[in-house]
Design a binder for this molecule. Structure first.
Ligand SMILES: Cc1cc2nc3c(=O)[nH]c(=O)nc-3n(C[C@H](O)[C@H](O)[C@H](O)COP(=O)(O)O)c2cc1C
Length: 200
């Protein structure tokens, strides 16, 4: 039995294309792994606050010297880290917004990329501490950028997940979703086929 952590990062709590991808993914997954535990986060209804000076100050204050307010700030991050540590499989629903990932997903990354918890520095350089996990990135895009230099989103996610030790990363793309009805249907059915192929 595995633990899945699913993070939907669309701005939209209803009708989001990326969330439809994660739902399709989970439907297929449950058929094969009915006993797996699934934890879901939705950034539209429960956004993670962006890092600020107070939070970073709390992170870098030794645990036994933190004020009550600092402990509360660190607790949110600690809880997110624990949730990720406990996951065997990470599933991210990722819209493209202005050529990048949603800022709420970046905020989540900023909370879970924690020195000493999810990565460490060694004499050979940084080392990710979250090994043995698999990530599925389900990307929804209005245009078509897969495989072009303008798709910095994929490279960034691969890099930052690798930095914390998650190197087994698979991508599914639903592209051309804002380019007319035919293109939308092709993008969605193409993504469904990619999910089926990945989970076959
Ligand atoms: C604020 C905003 C910015 C967007 N920027 C891009 C973009 O840079 N490239 C692109 O292909 N589509 C862009 N889109 C279109 C979305 O990627 C597309 O509608 C996608 O399906 C959104 O996923 P969602 O429905 O899960 O939120 C943008 C949409 C919004 C709302």
């Amino acid at each position: 039995m595995s633990n899945l952590l699913v993070i939907n990062s669309s701005l939209r709590s209803q009708g989001a294309n990326s969330t439809a991808l994660t739902e399709n993914f989970l439907q297929q997954w449950r058929l094969q792994h009915p006993r797996d535990q699934i934890v879901q986060r939705d950034m539209a209804t429960d956004p993670i606050p962006h890092l600020d000076e107070a939070m970073v100050g709390a992170f870098f204050t030794p645990a036994d010297q933190r004020t009550d307010a600092q402990q509360a700030l660190v607790k949110r991050s600690d809880d997110l880290v624990r949730e990720l540590q406990e996951a065997d499989v990470l599933v991210l629903g990722v819209p493209m917004y202005n050529f990048g990932i949603p800022s709420t997903l970046k905020a989540w990354i900023d909370h879970v990329a924690r020195a000493g918890l999810t990565f460490t520095y060694t004499e050979q350089g940084p080392k990710g501490l979250l090994e043995g996990k698999t990530a599925y990135i389900l990307a929804a895009r209005g245009g078509r950028y897969q495989g072009t230099p303008m798709d910095t989103q994929s490279a960034y996610l691969r890099d930052v997940l690798g930095f914390i030790g998650i190197t087994d990363v698979h991508f599914v793309y639903a592209e051309g979703l804002n380019m007319g009805e035919e293109s939308f249907s092709e993008g969605v059915s193409g993504a469904d086929s990619q999910i089926n192929a990945l989970l076959a």
